[in-house]
Design a protein around this ligand. Structure first.
Ligand SMILES: *[C@@H]1O[C@H](CO)[C@@H](O)[C@H](O)[C@H]1NC(C)=O
Ligand SMILES: *[C@@H]1O[C@H](CO)[C@@H](O)[C@H](O)[C@H]1NC(C)=O
Ligand SMILES: *[C@@H]1O[C@H](CO)[C@@H](O)[C@H](O)[C@H]1NC(C)=O
Ligand SMILES: *[C@@H]1O[C@H](CO)[C@@H](O)[C@H](O)[C@H]1NC(C)=O
Length: 386
């Protein structure tokens, strides 16, 4: 009984402290629970903040701010921005990027603006252009109708005066070796750079030893009424023609397709894009046309003859004298500069122009030594009409 009462008392008495303990324990547990909840909540908030910050930095914040901020500083995209020529010929594109960009071609053939077609004069040289002053005279007054591009050795630092057409026209270049694919790469690089200006319609490849034989307006007229491009291209059965063909090029290039011609060409915009975008013939010529196969005398000539034979005049606009024989054409110096000499080149030739035999065959000539410059400058109007 006592024990029971004790037990009872204990049992009775026990609930009292247990109740007070319970009453004290319950808020404590709640507090702990709330603290835990709070802790989890804070942790969750911190983690989600960290995650969202990480997420925002990577994916949202940059485009979001640039979307919001840019309109304040940038003009809306205008039509002009598509058609205006690049303000400088310098850029940071490598060849793959440049060629890809240059291959863009509008699919609507009528231009929704007054497009004045220009001639792109592309000079492939090692360094200085000794004939620059003669060219400057030739260009003078025709600024709306031409643009100039120079591919020189990467190390060459130009020093043309700001008044010259050659001032700051040197494109990002690489070393080009005669008869090697790097020479064709340089020519494609010139074409690609010139293609970035949508107004360029005719693309002429020239060397530092070239001079203009006719005045600019005559050259411009000549090109604008031509239905063909001027790429020297013929089938030479001899050892320096078909003899350089490699059987491994078939069936993409058969022996009967093989062409030879001068490196110095004029092509229109369509053919310029065809040359820049080519990845069909390039690998074959790179692999199978190595010295003594001089690829710059065969690659474009053969490729265009297969792809667009009807667009080719198969002759060059640049006069060259091979009559002295040997591997290199004749070079003319001060002593050769006479009216009679140029009269022969300008008037006493024969070629097809507009489906007719014509004597107006050449707009340019090579090779001229720096020593010829002074006489040419003194007589340019008498000789060439400019
Ligand atoms: C040009 O740069 C791109 C990107 O860096 C690269 O993939 C490509 O191979 C480069 N092309 C050349 C010719 O260096
Ligand atoms: C080369 O010849 C083959 C076989 O005769 C022919 O299938 C192929 O089309 C020819 N290639 C060209 C470019 O004409
Ligand atoms: C140029 O040569 C191609 C064949 O390679 C020919 O189809 C084309 O008619 C020639 N062009 C002219 C103007 O004779
Ligand atoms: C030249 O002749 C060809 C074929 O006879 C013709 O298709 C072409 O239009 C002519 N070109 C010119 C400029 O007269």
């Amino acid at each position: 009984m006592q024990t029971r009462s004790v037990a009872m008392e204990e049992g009775k008495e026990l609930p009292m402290p247990s109740r007070t303990i319970q009453a004290r324990v319950l808020p404590l547990k709640l507090l702990l629970f709330f603290l835990l909840f709070l802790g989890v909540g804070i942790a969750f908030i911190i983690i989600s903040m960290l995650m969202s910050r990480h997420f925002y930095v990577d994916n949202v914040i940059i485009p979001a701010t640039s979307n919001r901020v840019q309109p304040c500083f940038q003009e809306p995209l205008s039509f002009r921005s598509w058609i205006k020529p690049p303000s400088t010929v310098w850029h940071t594109m490598n060849d793959s990027q440049l060629f890809w960009r240059a291959s863009f071609d509008p699919q609507i053939t009528s231009y929704p603006f007054k497009r004045v077609p220009k001639i792109a004069f592309m000079f492939l040289t090692r360094g200085p252009l000794p004939m620059a002053r003669l060219w400057d005279r030739y260009f003078k007054g025709h600024e709306e109708h031409y643009s100039v591009y120079i591919h020189a050795l990467p190390s060459y630092v130009e020093d043309y005066p700001p008044s010259s057409a050659f001032y700051r026209r040197q494109i990002p270049s690489q070393v080009a070796e005669w008869g090697m694919m790097s020479m064709c790469d340089a020519e494609r690089r010139l074409l690609a750079n010139a293609l970035l200006d949508i107004s360029n319609e005719w693309f002429i490849l020239l060397s530092e030893a070239c001079i203009p034989l006719q005045s600019f307006p005559i050259a411009y007229l000549y090109l604008s009424i031509s239905h063909t491009s001027y790429m020297g291209s013929y089938d030479d059965p001899g050892p320096f023609g078909r003899g350089r063909y490699n059987d491994n090029m078939a069936p993409l290039v058969n022996l009967s397709d093989w062409r030879k011609g001068s490196q110095w060409f004029e092509v229109n915009r369509k053919l310029a894009i065809d040359i820049v975008k080519d990845d069909t013939y390039y690998p074959i010529f790179e692999k199978f046309c190595r010295p003594a196969c001089y690829v710059d005398e065969h690659y474009f000539q053969t490729m265009l003859s297969i792809q667009s034979p009807h667009l080719l005049a198969n002759r060059s606009l640049t006069w060259t004298d091979w009559s002295r024989g040997g591997a290199h054409p004749a070079t003319f110096g001060a002593a050769d500069m006479e009216k009679k000499f140029f009269k022969n080149i300008i008037e006493k030739q024969k070629c097809m122009f507009h489906n007719q035999t014509s004597s107006a065959c050449f707009l340019f000539a090579r090779k001229f030594a720096p020593s010829a410059l002074d006489t040419l400058l003194a007589h340019s109007f008498e000789f060439f009409g400019y």
